[in-house]
Design a protein around this ligand. Structure first.
Ligand SMILES: Cc1cc2nc3c(=O)[nH]c(=O)nc-3n(C[C@H](O)[C@H](O)[C@H](O)COP(=O)(O)O)c2cc1C
Length: 212
């Protein structure tokens, strides 16, 4: 099942007007919510955008990418760097049944809490976690027959495409300075259906045994 979704998934950038039901949308969101992460920190927030004005702003912030404004629904995938702090990370660890001493050990550990290594590493590791959730959602979208395109080229702290738009997006989505829009998932039913060839590097170029 998973392999079928991996093989058949492709980026879809043209959509019909057919709406995505809440039931289907919730399955896609659930795939993101259930994704794995570093010590289960789950440093993500998913913002569902249906409002056309917000879609238009996000399209402009993404260099005018048309699929962002024509998508039926957007899921803005946000990394929340505060997820690694004592309060938020602590809450996740408490759910695991860890006592205060064990929680403190993890929150202050360089190995288990990479955000202790500085802001840049915290951003990098947060993006790494969000990417898992994004990947899971793309596969569930495929499973649900919904077309999907990951939009990474958008104005934010990672691209500096347009800092003016980045700020407007932050305000519109109500993000604080420690919440970074990593990717936008543009979702909609594909129309027209395009038979795209999967272009990938050969196995011999990317797979090695024991060493490169
Ligand atoms: C992290 C990430 C960011 C991407 N950003 C964009 C984007 O901004 N605009 C776009 O049209 N496609 C974007 N894509 C889609 C890629 O171009 C696409 O996945 C790649 O060309 C392979 O094609 P396929 O998805 O159809 O297999 C992105 C994909 C990923 C994984």
């Amino acid at each position: 099942m998973v392999m079928n979704a991996i093989i058949n998934r492709k980026s879809v950038r043209k959509y019909s007007d057919k709406p995505i039901s809440d039931e289907v949308l919730n399955k896609i969101l659930e795939a993101g919510r259930l994704a794995p992460s570093w010590v289960n920190v789950q440093p993500w927030k998913f913002i569902v955008v249906k409002n056309q004005e917000v879609k238009d702003l996000l399209s402009l912030a993404s260099g005018g990418q048309k699929q962002v404004k024509t998508a039926n629904i957007l899921i803005c995938c946000v990394a929340d760097l505060d997820s690694w702090n004592r309060t938020n990370f602590g809450k996740v660890l408490e759910q695991k049944g860890l006592d205060e001493q064990a929680r403190e050990g993890i929150v202050t550990s360089k190995l288990l809490n990479p955000s202790t290594l500085g802001e840049q590493i915290a951003l990098l590791r947060s993006v790494e976690q969000v990417t898992y959730a994004v990947a899971y959602m793309t596969l569930e979208a495929e499973e649900q027959g919904v077309g999907c395109c990951v939009i990474g080229a958008t104005s934010n702290e990672l691209t500096h495409l347009d800092d003016g738009y980045a700020q407007q997006v932050k305000e519109k989505l109500n993000l604080n300075e420690r919440q970074v829009l990593v990717d936008i998932l543009a979702l909609g039913y594909e129309e027209p259906v395009i038979n795209a060839k999967k272009l990938r590097k050969e196995p011999s170029e990317v797979i090695f045994h024991e060493s490169l």
